[in-house]
Design a protein around this ligand. Structure first.
Ligand code: EPU
Length: 338
C-alpha cells in the first residue's frame, strides 16, 4: 500500500481549500484495512476517513492519517418479485448508484439523486432530501472496527439513525470504517411525493402511472434550480442543520413572521428552516472576499476561489451570530469542521 506524505487534500473535498495531511492512504479493500490494522497504522491519531469530502471543512493542515475510502463494487444478495437487497461497497459514488437504480426502475432512493458523496458516508449522517432519508432503505451495513480489527454487521436499529445523524457520528464516532451498505430497494415502488414542490409537479397525474425515473428527473430540476453543483462551484451542501427548537420559541417568532416555514415535530418541538432564518438576516447572495452565501439557497456557503478553511469558518460564525441576535436561535453545523 502506498503511503503519501505531506499530501495535498485540495481535490479531495468539495470546498476545495488548500490544506495538506501528514499521511494519506488509499483503502481499496477489506484486506487493506486488515493489513493497516496489523501494522499498527490505525492507531495513528488523529485519523480520519474521507469519502468524497462533500461535507467537511478543513481549517488547517491535518497532522495525522487520512484514509481515502475507495472500496468499489456491488452485488445482489437477495431478489424476489417485490424487492432487491443490494450490497454496495462504501467507495462507490452515491449519485451514480441512484441513477443506475432509477434506470432499472427500482424504487427507494430516487428522491436522493445528485447528493454528492460516497455510499459509505450516506448512513453516517443519514443523508436526506425531498421527504426521504437514506435510513428508510438501509437494511444493514458492514463496518471494520479499527480498534479490534474485526468486521461487524449493524442492522438498522443498531445504526441509531436520527436527523443527519447515526451512531457513527455520536457514540461510536471514529471507531468504524464502513465497508459496505445493504439497501432494500423495491420493484413495486411506493413513491414519496410529500415535498410540496414535487406534489405540485405531479398534481394532475395518476400516482400509479408515475415512474421512479420521472420523480428523479423532477427532483433533479428542483435541485439544480436551488443547489450548486460542487464540480462547478465549490460548496459542501447545507452548511447548517435545520434547527429544532421548543414550540414556544417557534410560536414567538411566528407571531412576528407569520410566513416563516414551520415543521411541527414530536415532543412539542418545531423544526425551522435555517435557510429562511439566514436569508432574513440579509445574508443571501452576500460575499466577503472569496467566501459567500449562495444566491439561490442561503444554507449553502460557497468558496468562490481561494478562500481558506479559516475564512469559511469565520464567515459561518458571523452568520450564526446574526441569527442568534435576530431570532434567539443557534444554528448547529451540518458540515464537519476539522
Ligand atoms: N428558504 C428560504 N430561503 C432560503 C432557503 C430556504 O426562505 O435561502 C425556505 C424555503 O422557501 C422553504 C424552506 O426554507 O420554505 C425550506 O427550504 P428547502 O425546501 O430548500 O430545504 P432546506 O430545509 O433549506 C433541506 C436539506 C437539504 C435538502 C432539502 C430538500 C437540511 C440541512 N437541508 O434544506 O439537504 O436538499 O431540504 O429536501 O436538512 C444537505 O443536507 O446538504 C442538503 C442540501
Amino acid at each position: 500500500m502506498l503511503i503519501s506524505e505531506n499530501f495535498c487534500l485540495k481535490p479531495f473535498t468539495t470546498l476545495g481549500v488548500e490544506v495538506r495531511t501528514r499521511q494519506f492512504i488509499v483503502v481499496a479493500s477489506v484486506s487493506d484495512l486488515k493489513e493497516l490494522f496489523a501494522e499498527g497504522f490505525l492507531k495513528t491519531k488523529p485519523r480520519l476517513i474521507l469519502g468524497r469530502g462533500s461535507n467537511i471543512l478543513f481549517t488547517d493542515h491535518f497532522g495525522g492519517l487520512i484514509l481515502s475510502c475507495q472500496i468499489r463494487g456491488k452485488e445482489v444478495v437477495e431478489e424476489t418479485d417485490d424487492h432487491l437487497l443490494l450490497k454496495v461497497n462504501s467507495g462507490e459514488y452515491w449519485p451514480s448508484l441512484v441513477d443506475e437504480m432509477v434506470e432499472k426502475g427500482y424504487g427507494g432512493i430516487e428522491n436522493l439523486c445528485l447528493i454528492p458523496g460516497k455510499v459509505g458516508a450516506a448512513p453516517i449522517q443519514n443523508i436526506g432530501a425531498y421527504g426521504v432519508e437514506v435510513k428508510d432503505v438501509i437494511e444493514s451495513l458492514e463496518a471494520f472496527d479499527m480498534t479490534t480489527g474485526e468486521l461487524k454487521t449493524f442492522n438498522r436499529e443498531e445504526c441509531a439513525f436520527g436527523y443527519r445523524s447515526s451512531v457513527f457520528k455520536t457514540r461510536e464516532k471514529g471507531r468504524y470504517f464502513i465497508v459496505s451498505v445493504t439497501f432494500r430497494l423495491s420493484k413495486k415502488p411506493k413513491l414519496n411525493l410529500s415535498y410540496a414542490p414535487l406534489k405540485e409537479i405531479f398534481k394532475n397525474r395518476n400516482e400509479k402511472e408515475i415512474t421512479v425515473k420521472e420523480v428523479s428527473e423532477a427532483i433533479k430540476k428542483i435541485r439544480n434550480a436551488k443547489l450548486p453543483d460542487p464540480d462547478k462551484l465549490k460548496n459542501a451542501g447545507s452548511f447548517f442543520k435545520n434547527p429544532v427548537v421548543p414550540k414556544e420559541l417557534a410560536d414567538k417568532i411566528r407571531k412576528k413572521y407569520p410566513e416563516m416555514p414551520y415543521y411541527l415535530q414530536n415532543g412539542n418541538k418545531v423544526k425551522l428552516a435555517a435557510g429562511w432564518l439566514i436569508e432574513q438576516c440579509g445574508w443571501k447572495g452576500k460575499r466577503e472576499g472569496d467566501v459567500g452565501v449562495y444566491d439561490k439557497q442561503a444554507l449553502i456557503l460557497v468558496n468562490y476561489g481561494e478562500a481558506s478553511g479559516k475564512d469559511i469558518l469565520q464567515f459561518s460564525r458571523k452568520i450564526n451570530a446574526s441569527v442568534i441576535r435576530k431570532f434567539g436561535v443557534k444554528l448547529e453545523r451540518e458540515v464537519i469542521v476539522i
